[in-house]
Design a binder for this molecule. Structure first.
Ligand code: BGC
Length: 767
């Protein structure tokens, strides 16, 4: 479907006054022949050491203090810097290059700007839950602007690792379990962040990660291995990286996992045959932190020199936190184990992106003149609060709303209870870049403002995030990430009960802390931690209605709490303006429209559980249960909440599907349409989703696959016809011989507001 990558960048006018955001930027292709000439002549002037220097990415820190970095810069031994995030600090290093180094090749500066720089937006999983490309484009533009204004040229984003594994803490950083949704969101992010050109004052270059298949690590265990069939790889896991590259991402960060036994960092097939020769990627590849050294642990390199030889030959241009390229490449070139051409090739890629960043024209293009620095880097007026609030509203998913308990009325007495109700740090989520916790709005602040002068709001913490000492110590390993209340669990619960008893309704803010859904934060138990579960049990015993506000970075097992609560709102980690946005939804100032980008299982034991699975020879049918069918005998096969699911404060009804024709000819198209009506009483938006099934093919095809979605806003009683154009590409798949084919026969189209409740209709594809 051509609409797979719609150029839908017309931003809501109300959101932006600055012309900066008024128009979607149209990318300008760099003039590659001029660039090649420039880079070739520069390469001719460079010594081997200077070329190797360009391949080194350094972070200033205890191992490489400022004085050491200065010395390296002077000798032309550094290509780029990451993790330095203010203009004055960045300027010092660029000045050193321009004043002290022989060839004055500017550095570029990079950082993990994943969901905002100073203004923190919802985590990427939350962004995906918006199913709203305009919202994601807004996030990309503002993140790029704020990052560029801090002197940065590159971001380590977007992360487009499709994952079926909620145990994996990094599923918070991606766009969920679906290939199509992840591709669209990744592409949108790249186009928005790079704008017309990464050289522009309001843009940065992206570095799509983690190439490849990192989301499929075994058992969701961080840094683990991946073993995958080529069909699965090409059909479900590789397309998002390709979409981000087709959108022009200048960088690729290589993943830490192995793929069918070969670590990505050592994988010539992945980094050269596929990425360069088949996908024609011209930008840079960057190893992830420590990945070259880790080739020894992977068991594919015998010593550091061997690891360096393997990495550069596989296609790693730039070495992150480099200790090895600088130490071993000179000797390897001398011995002939690595060729001059291989070094030139990698250095050329680095210089190419510096050219595209405009650094040879103006090394200070993003840094600006000293006098122009913001007086206060964290000044309030540098934030984009209105946009952050709007995007956070779009990302919230209403999972349950028994007897329309939501929206709450701003009257009577409301209790807010839970360890996440007033945590400024946690609401920002992982990878919150240069965001400052003190500037984020908690749910307590948001609700206080919302009900001021109208209702009484009571608050009690009720529990710690966790009472498990081992987990507390893990979370607080580097700093006091979670505050552990010194009161006993019973004292905390007693206070919460007393608070709940005074209220008409209890809102409970529960879930995970920021550090529980992060890099290196895999969990074997994806429930809300026990201390909080016990708190919910306690509040339940008061008989007060419970509205559960979940804050978390993965699909959770909330089976028990879902039964206890009258309403459940999934808010992810919603960012700087999270507390305002959640209150907007709780009190009905805004109507929820988010949809799950991941399947919520009933239990961790069901994993992996994802909507686009293959059919089996013995499908389980719950209407006619049969012992010898594919299921667990102790739990339903179905998820607790399916992919694509989310409620609204209004109702939507769908007409039957109509087709422009019942037959699609080879190279033709068909248009599938439905009319959606807002049959409820309030205005609201929903996401109309189109799934496709190829019921008979030469290999088993998934029971359904998302192939299109559109967000529609409808007033009460209003109807709109929504159309999707399907073409051969939508029907195509990688067959047994790894050919990309569309096979003639029947195809079933399913359209609805989630992956389960759909209108279905079949058409025929004829060659
Ligand atoms: C992560 C990357 C990140 C890098 C730099 C690594 O540990 O895997 O995603 O971009 O650190 O911060």
């Amino acid at each position: 479907m051509k609409s797979m990558f719609p150029r839908s960048f017309v931003l809501p006018i109300a959101l932006f006054s600055a012309t900066l955001f008024a128009e979607p930027p149209t990318p300008i292709k760099p003039n590659t022949s001029q660039r090649d000439q420039y880079v070739s002549s520069l390469l001719k002037k460079m010594t081997l050491d200077e070329k190797i220097g360009q391949l080194r990415l350094i972070s200033v820190g205890p191992d490489t203090p400022k004085s050491a970095v200065k010395e390296m810069i002077e000798k032309g031994q550094v290509g780029a810097i990451f993790n330095t995030v203010t203009r004055p600090d960045i300027r010092i290093m660029q000045d050193q290059v321009m004043q002290l180094s022989r060839l004055k090749i500017p550095l570029f500066f990079a950082y993990d700007v994943v969901h905002g720089q100073r203004t923190i937006f919802p985590i990427p999983l939350g962004l995906a839950a918006s199913w709203d490309t305009q919202a994601v484009s807004t996030v990309g533009r503002i993140s790029a602007l704020e990052a560029a204004q801090d002197g940065l040229n590159m971001t380590w984003a977007p992360m487009v690792d499709v994952s079926h594994e909620p145990r994996w803490g990094r599923s918070s950083e991606g766009f969920g379990e679906d290939t199509y949704l992840t591709s669209i969101m990744g592409k949108t992010m790249v186009e928005a962040m790079q704008g017309k050109s990464p050289a522009d004052r309001d843009s940065v270059m992206t570095s799509v990660k983690h190439f490849a298949l990192y989301g499929a690590v075994e058992g969701g265990r961080e840094y683990n291995s991946v073993d995958m069939s080529p069909q699965q790889m090409f059909q479900h896991y590789l397309p998002p990286y390709k979409a981000a590259l087709q959108a022009g991402s200048g960088g690729v960060m290589v993943s830490l996992n192995s793929i069918n036994g070969v670590p990505a960092t050592a994988n010539h097939w992945l980094l050269t045959d596929l990425l360069r020769d088949q996908w024609h990627f011209k930008g840079i590849t960057i190893s992830d932190h420590g990945a070259i050294k880790e080739l020894i642990n992977h068991g594919v390199a015998k010593d550091p020199a061997d690891a360096v030889r393997i990495a550069i030959k596989a296609g790693i241009d730039m070495s992150m936190s480099d200790q090895y390229y600088s130490q071993y490449l000179p000797g390897l070139v001398k011995s002939g184990a690595v060729t001059q051409a291989e070094i030139d090739n990698a250095a050329r890629h680095v210089l190419n992106v510096k050219y595209d960043m405009g650094l040879f024209r103006d090394p200070y293009s993003h840094i600006g003149a000293a006098g122009s620095d913001p007086q206060d880097t964290n000044a309030e007026d540098r934030l984009h609060r209105a946009q952050a609030r709007d995007v956070a509203v779009q990302s919230i998913v209403l999972l349950k709303n028994w007897h329309h308990i939501l929206p709450l009325k701003k009257q009577g007495t409301i209790a807010l209870i839970g360890p996440l109700a007033d945590s400024q740090r946690d609401i920002m989520g992982s990878w919150s870049a240069a965001g400052v916790a003190k500037q984020s709005i908690t749910l307590l602040q948001g609700m206080r403002e919302a009900v001021a002068g109208k209702a009484t709001l009571l608050y009690a913490k009720g529990a710690n995030i966790t009472d498990n000492k081992k987990v507390q110590d893990f979370l607080n390993l580097y700093d006091a990430a979670i505050q552990v209340d010194t009161r006993s669990p019973q004292q905390l619960r007693d206070e919460a009960i007393a608070t709940a008893k005074k209220a008409d309704v209890v809102v409970m803010a529960v879930g995970e802390s920021q550090g529980m859904a992060h890099e290196a934060s895999s969990r074997s138990d994806i429930r809300i931690p026990q201390a909080q579960r016990e708190l919910i049990d306690t509040i339940k015993s008061t008989g007060k209605p419970i509205v559960l506000v979940l804050m978390n970075g993965r699909a959770l097992d909330i089976t028990q709490q879902d039964q206890q609560a009258e309403a459940v709102l999934e808010t992810w980690f919603s960012g700087t303006e999270g507390g305002h946005a959640i209150s907007d939804i709780l009190f009905g100032d805004k109507n929820p429209s988010g949809k799950l980008p991941v399947t919520f299982p009933r239990s961790v034991g069901q994993l992996p559980l994802y909507y686009n699975h293959l059919p089996t020879g013995r499908p389980y049918d719950y209407t006619h249960p049969n012992k010898y069918t594919s299921h667990y005998f102790d739990i339903d096969n179905s998820p607790l909440y399916p992919f694509g699911y989310g409620l609204s404060y209004t109702e939507f009804t769908f007409s039957p599907i109509t087709f422009s024709s019942n037959t699609m000819m080879a190279n033709g198209k068909i248009v599938a349409s439905v009319t959606v009506t807002n049959s409820g009483k309030v205005a609201g938006a929903t996401i109309v989703q189109l799934y496709l099934r190829d019921p008979v093919a030469s290999i088993s095809r998934p029971v359904k696959e998302l192939k299109g979605f559109q967000k529609v806003m409808l007033q009460p009683g209003e109807s709109k016809t929504v159309s999707f154009t399907l073409d051969k590409d939508d029907l195509s798949f990688w067959n047994q011989e790894m050919k990309y084919v569309a096979e003639p026969g029947e195809f079933i189209v399913m359209i609805g507001t989630d992956s389960v409740h759909t209108e279905d209709k079949a058409f025929t594809y004829q060659k």
